[in-house]
Design a protein around this ligand. Structure first.
Ligand SMILES: NC(=O)c1ccc[n+]([C@@H]2O[C@H](COP(=O)([O-])OP(=O)(O)OC[C@H]3O[C@@H](n4cnc5c(N)ncnc54)[C@H](OP(=O)(O)O)[C@@H]3O)[C@@H](O)[C@H]2O)c1
Length: 329
């Protein structure tokens, strides 16, 4: 495994990070523990969870906690082998203090996460979403307090664009607090709206750790045009979490699958290998239900995308429009 730098943190992380959003349901306790142990045995040293994750049972405002509890159980006696990330912001109840990025909510949720994870420190504490109701200075002071208390080593952002990350860096400089070290954004061959923010992350040593790099399984080749949905797949079990599969989507999927077959690589490995070539990528946050899926993800780190494919990929799944460079063309 070629470990990569996680932004300016000094941490080295595996290029694949195990996502745990489905821990609880459909991934029950025994399978979750096996998945975590297998991932570690395969060289993965980075695990992503959130205070709200509880698998398919999750609804807006539900208490969450299940995924963290299962990760905590899996990491008994293995805690030091992983860089453990969890998140805060999303609603965990109906009350006004049950959500968001106030110091009260952050510090209360941090203690609850530590308890569920059976640890006394979080390596990477992630702001799950921006909260426009709380001044960023307040949130950053809470992160500073969390780091100074020893309960958190580094903090990261998720679902923030470059302008929001820039404001964080600016406030860190002003307040003298810790800097944001990572950015977790939605990013895959099919979803590139944050593509133009990647050079900003590179310039400011913010490690990008994209989520859903397989677009929830769409990029694995298991969904076929005109065919019934495969059993025990996310689309058959939790369609609300999946995109609508129309002809335009299948046109793109089939184009990508044809490129993958040119180099005899399964589509999932191809999609992940492509993502790993993108600017500022530290580690891809991949979800898995079975050990073979983790193995597939790890195998993608050995796949090389031929240079001639990148332009073809951009034709099939275009990046966002970029201002032409008037000097260099
Ligand atoms: N920060 C945020 O706002 C945010 C939001 C969403 C997710 N996340 C994080 O990102 C992680 C990944 O998200 P995700 O699970 O939705 O997306 P994903 O990694 O794109 O998709 C994972 C799903 O694809 C299927 N799959 C994976 N490998 C496969 C393979 N080799 N062959 C066939 N199917 C395969 C599995 O589902 P089935 O087998 O059930 O089909 C698996 O659960 C989450 O666990 C979470 O940690 C963060």
């Amino acid at each position: 495994m070629n470990y990569r730098e996680l932004g300016s943190s000094g941490l080295l992380v595996s290029p694949i990070c195990l996502g745990t959003m489905t821990f609880g349901e459909p991934v029950g306790e025994a399978d979750a523990i096996k998945l975590v142990h297998s991932a570690i045995d395969l060289g993965i040293n980075f695990i992503d969870t959130a205070n709200v994750y509880e698998g398919y049972k999750r609804y807006l405002g539900s208490p969450g906690g299940t995924a963290e509890e299962l990760v905590g159980k899996a990491l008994v006696r293995r805690r030091d082998q992983v860089v453990l990330a969890t998140k805060v912001c999303a609603p965990v109840g109906p009350g006004p203090q049950d959500r968001g990025l106030s110091a009260s909510h952050i510090l209360r949720e941090l203690d609850r996460s530590l308890q569920r994870l059976q640890t006394d420190y979080i390596d990477l504490y992630i702001i799950h979403w921006p909260d426009k109701h709380v001044p960023l200075e307040t949130t950053m002071s809470a992160m500073d307090q969390a780091v100074r208390s020893g309960k958190v080593r580094y903090f990261g952002a998720s679902n923030h664009n470059a302008a929001q990350l820039c404001e964080m860096l600016w406030i860190s400089d002003q307040q003298g607090g810790p800097r944001v070290v990572s950015s977790q954004i939605p990013f895959s061959l099919l979803r590139r709206e944050f593509h133009n923010d990647l050079p900003f992350c590179q310039r400011h040593s913010i490690g990008v750790t994209p989520y859903q790099p397989l677009q929830g399984g769409l990029l694995t080749g298991k969904y076929r045009r005109g065919q019934p949905l495969p059993d025990a797949s996310r689309a058959s079990e939790k369609p609300q979490w999946m995109w609508e599969m129309d002809d335009a989507l299948f046109d793109r999927l089939e184009g990508i699958e044809a490129l993958a077959s040119e180099i005899n690589v399964p589509p999932a490995q191809y999609a992940l290998a492509w993502a790993l070539t993108q600017t500022a990528m530290s580690s891809l946050v991949v979800g898995a239900k079975r050990i073979e899926q983790v193995q597939d993800a790890v195998a993608s780190t050995e796949v090389e995308i031929p240079a001639a494919h990148f332009e073809k990929i951009d034709e099939i799944a275009p990046p966002p429009w970029q201002q032409p460079d008037p000097i260099r063309g």
